[in-house]
Design a protein around this ligand. Structure first.
Ligand code: UDX
Ligand code: UDX
Length: 469
């Protein structure tokens, strides 16, 4: 089937960039990205490209080239569904915060709502593409909903998980290691798979496009994220051992990474991984294993999360113990709040958990992040306190312990310690001497990302701590 009209439900970190690149590379296809959030769509349509709702290097250029030509952002979900031959579902699938599977399973309520809406609105046959990360066999559930609520139309469900990483999304999309497309191995299923293969073939070679059955595709996404997260937890586990033995975690990572069987990527020790995917997907894998009565497998993967939590708490505890066992009333500056550099996304950022830990101990947290606004930072803390069941008066009290700055020097004025929590490049070349002079002495510096030069900072006078050294 030749596709000329695509729609995508969900204009978030995945839907927005992915559809922008498809529109850029397939000028003959009309691509409409829809979202229930009117503010978000307004931001995608903003004339000033600086106001796009997500910060992603290179995204503005892609949007500039395609928007208004064959790329459209809209809140008119029904019309977009009706017109499209192929519909991508890229709504969020957070970890459930209630009921059965709370804290573990993926919450599929948004995906299910999408399926119901598609079934109700559609006037002809459609290909439905799962872009959101979903538990294995979700396609089966989608198919059941679509078949039972539709007007007799035929729906082919494909799984096409997204592997882009935030901060490098445009490059990841343009030069993907691979695109994975899973579908039913029936005649109509194979035709649907080929329609999607044809789209990606506009800029990727056949070698980069892998086709599988539906379940392999769904499980591969969870597995890829679980393996990546596991590498980080492995190196972070060893960072604690390095500190106890005077080995250096960066040297160890380099030494093992040159073994081509291990490889050098994803071996950077850190304050703990964050982001919307790793924790959610590993927990989801754990939940699935328990569901299929595989407790040993579930426990194995759960350890990746336990270790990540340990790493975040270990860092917070290190700050407290170094500052003479209390941070009560002390000013602690955070450099970075985003879960990694080159994004304004803060979901599951280690900074949130470390801030919570230090606030509990009475610290005054002063944050500077080049891309994350105050409203987001305060909201992150509010959400975690609400999740912990704190009452409103306590929440307001604790929120007062956080101040957000838009200038790094101001954020460090009369500060007792700095914690580097995101690896933004600009932090490396700051005038650290000026920052040191600006602070209370002894001035502590905790490098949670291993980006600063230990010797140089010690020479300036900082009490310097870097993870795994
Ligand atoms: C994606 C994936 O889809 C998720 O499964 C994956 O694990 C992480 O990445 P992401 O794009 O990062 O999600 O989420 P988000 O930025 O929250 O965007 C989702 C969008 O869907 C939001 O803008 C939300 O308003 C929209 N939405 C949600 C709808 O339009 N309709 C709904 O019913 C629910
Ligand atoms: C991840 C996957 O990489 C991507 O393929 C998938 O589609 C979505 O989930 P993302 O979460 O955007 O992407 O970013 P990623 O670069 O994977 O980083 C995740 C977290 O791990 C960040 O907090 C990052 O700082 C941390 N990390 C990464 C480390 O601590 N050490 C590393 O060596 C690499």
């Amino acid at each position: 089937m030749k596709i000329t009209n695509i729609c995508c439900l969900g204009a978030g970190y995945v839907g927005g960039p992915t559809m922008s690149v498809i529109a850029l590379k397939c000028p003959e296809i009309k691509v409409t990205v829809v979202d229930l959030n009117t503010d978000r769509i307004a931001a995608w349509n903003d004339k000033d490209l600086k106001n796009l709702p997500i910060y992603e290097p290179g995204l503005d250029k892609v949007v500039e080239k395609a928007r208004g030509k064959n790329l459209f952002f809209s809140t008119d979900v029904d019309s977009a569904i009706k017109e499209a031959q192929m519909i991508f579902i890229a709504v969020n699938t957070p970890t459930k915060t209630y009921g059965e599977g709370k804290g573990m399973a993926a919450d599929l309520k948004f995906v299910e709502l999408c399926a119901r809406q598609i079934a109700e609105i559609s006037e002809n046959d459609k290909i439905i593409v799962e872009k959101s990360t979903l538990p294995v066999r979700t396609a089966e559930k989608l198919q059941t909903i679509l078949d039972n609520n539709g007007n007799g139309n035929n729906f082919e469900v494909l799984s096409n998980p997204e592997f882009l990483a935030e901060g490098t999304a445009i490059n990841d999309l343009l030069n993907a290691d691979r695109v994975l497309i899973g579908g039913k191995q029936t005649t109509t299923g194979k035709i649907a798979i080929q329609s999607l293969v044809n789209i990606y073939s506009n800029w990727l070679s056949p070698k980069q496009i892998i086709t599988t059955n539906l379940w392999s595709s769904e499980l591969s996404k969870l597995t890829a994220n679980a393996f990546l997260a596991q590498r980080i937890s492995s190196i972070n586990a060893l960072s604690a051992l390095c500190e106890a033995t005077e080995a250096d975690i960066d040297e160890v990572a380099k030494a093992i990474g040159t073994d081509s069987r291990i490889g050098s990527k994803f071996l950077k020790s850190s304050v703990g991984f964050g982001g919307s995917c790793f924790q959610k997907d590993v927990l989801n894998l754990v939940y699935l294993c328990r569901h299929f009565n595989l407790p040993e497998v579930a426990d194995y993967w759960e350890q990746v999360i336990i270790l990540n939590d340990y790493q975040k708490h270990r860092f917070a505890k290190k700050i407290i113990s170094s500052l003479f066992n209390t941070v009560n009333g002390k000013k602690i500056t955070f450099f970075g709040w985003a879960f990694k550099k080159d994004t304004n996304d803060t979901r599951e950022s280690a900074a949130i958990y470390i801030a919570e830990h230090l606030i509990e101990d009475g610290a005054e947290i002063h944050v500077f992040d080049p891309k994350v606004p105050e409203s987001k930072i305060k909201n992150d803390i509010r959400c975690i306190l609400e999740l912990n069941g704190e009452v409103e008066t306590k929440i307001l009290f604790k929120l007062n312990q956080i101040t957000v700055h838009n200038n790094p020097l101001e954020a460090t004025h009369k500060s007792h310690a700095i914690a580097v929590l995101t690896e933004w490049d600009e932090f490396i070349n700051y005038e650290w001497n000026d920052i040191y002079l600006n602070m209370y002495k002894p001035a502590f510096l905790f490098d949670g990302r291993g980006i600063l030069e230990k010797n140089k900072l010690k020479e300036i006078g900082f009490n310097f701590y870097s993870i795994g050294k």
